[in-house]
Design a protein around this ligand. Structure first.
Ligand code: SF4
Length: 114
């Protein structure tokens, strides 16, 4: 059975981002996806936060999205570089990462390299 992965990215960056660089890196198994070379893996979800004002602790939608990852059998979530500013991770995304890890899902830092 194929390994199921997901990507988590910044909602704000979605204004200018098609996801093409992430998906290209996955399809070509480069950058953070080089770890899947020779392995059957599929992208089963491509998710964003719910914006800077939406605290994940009080956001039923975020909880629903994270539950869905588990229901889909996703084992790994790759977190995009768009969720970092000056090398530091966005605090909202950090909370989401903790919630995802609490579901027993592995977090990998990075999708494509730039
Ligand atoms: S909360 Fe963070 S990741 Fe989400 S839109 Fe705002 S800056 Fe981007």
């Amino acid at each position: 059975m194929s390994k199921k992965i997901a990507m988590l990215n910044c909602l704000k960056s979605n204004r200018v981002c098609t996801g093409a660089a992430c998906l290209k890196a996955f399809n070509e198994r480069t950058d953070a996806f080089a770890m899947y070379q020779g392995e059957e893996a599929v992208v089963s979800a491509f998710m964003r936060c719910n914006g800077c004002e939406a605290d994940p602790d009080d956001d039923a939608g975020i909880k629903e999205k994270i539950e869905r990852l588990s229901q889909e059998g996703i084992t790994t979530v790759h977190v995009g570089i768009c969720t970092k500013k000056d090398g530091s991770r966005c605090k909202v995304i950090e909370k989401m990462i903790n919630m995802i890890q609490a579901e027993g899902i592995q977090i990998i830092d990075g999708t494509h390299g730039s």
